[in-house]
Design a protein around this ligand. Structure first.
Ligand SMILES: Nc1ncnc2c1ncn2[C@@H]1O[C@H](COP(=O)(O)OP(=O)(O)OP(=O)(O)O)[C@@H](O)[C@H]1O
Length: 274
């Protein structure tokens, strides 16, 4: 096992014919996916489809049972993945911070990937400026001195994205970032993600959701999962169709796109079927 630096020209993420088997059950079967710089993927599927299981592989948190996962050109299982993880921004929505750290200090803990600031470690002026730049992108510039316990769930979510971006990762992984947010908080989050993607065009993201309404308009690609298998994968205009999304959720669903955003409506059963 060797420490690994990323290979500069490799796809950021690549999985080939990946299976994840737990207790004899296939949670993922035959998943192949390439994520390149500047791409913004949505992983969509019903509850239990395998989205979080796939995201854990992409974040080098778990290993496949069969097949290969390459992160930044390095194959999981062949290298020490701790070195690779510093290039991946992974947002944990259950961030276990309890103390009243300021928003700016929470973002700075992203440098050491620690919950509390490391003792005797002082951020450089460049690092503090970068934290403030990221908070500005996430719409939190006015809140840098506020303390963590005073933030709403939506505000915390945006601070945690800024924290994950602090080490300047090439890839950001987001597991249902809009869950539990009210409409305004959701729109602020999605607007911030759109701005981030436009300002940092080399960044790639992978975002898990069940809801098409929670996709930022800058989403470029989608992978639809059903029972651990790929229903469709590719550019959004080919994949987010009424036919394929209906197949993914096992129910007739009508998809529309308006001003860059998607809406899904489940068809009601006809009275005769009830
Ligand atoms: N460690 C495990 N051992 C056994 N089964 C597991 C394990 N982890 C997840 N599962 C099962 O694998 C399936 C896929 O889970 P996963 O969390 O990846 O789905 P998901 O698409 O993210 O679902 P949700 O939208 O509900 O979060 C589920 O049926 C889950 O119960």
């Amino acid at each position: 096992m060797t420490h690994a630096e990323p290979l500069p020209d490799a796809p950021l993420l690549s999985t080939r014919a990946v299976d994840v088997v737990r207790d004899g059950r296939y949670l993922l079967s035959g998943i192949s996916l390439d994520v390149e710089a500047g791409q913004h993927w949505a992983l969509l599927g019903a509850n239990g489809a395998g989205k979080s299981t796939l995201l854990a592989l992409l974040g080098a948190v778990s290993h496949p049972t069969h097949g290969e996962v390459h992160v930044l050109g390095r194959q999981l299982g062949r290298v020490d993945i701790r070195a690779l993880r510093t290039h991946l921004g992974h947002v944990n929505p259950r961030h276990p911070l309890r103390s009243p750290l300021s928003v700016r200090d929470v973002v700075l803990t992203g440098l050491t990937n620690s919950i509390e600031p490391e003792p005797r470690r002082r951020p450089t002026p460049d690092q503090t400026a970068h934290a403030e730049h990221l908070l500005d992108l996430m719409g939190m510039a006015e809140r840098t001195k506020d303390t963590w316990p005073t933030l709403s769930q939506g505000e915390r979510g945006r601070v945690l994205i800024a924290r994950a971006l602090m080490p300047r990762p090439r890839l950001l992984l987001l597991d249902e970032p809009a869950t539990g947010l009210d409409l305004t908080a959701r729109e602020l989050l999605l607007g911030s993600l759109d701005l981030l993607r436009r300002r940092h065009p080399q960044l790639a993201t992978v975002l898990v959701t069940h809801h098409l309404e929670e996709l930022p308009e800058t989403t470029t690609h989608a992978l639809l999962l059903r029972d651990g298998r790929t229903v469709a994968s590719g550019p959004v205009h080919e994949v987010l169709t009424t036919e394929l999304v209906s197949e993914c959720f096992g129910h007739p669903i009508s998809i529309t796109r308006h001003e860059g955003r998607w809406t899904a409506r489940a068809a009601r059963r006809a009275p005769a079927d009830l």
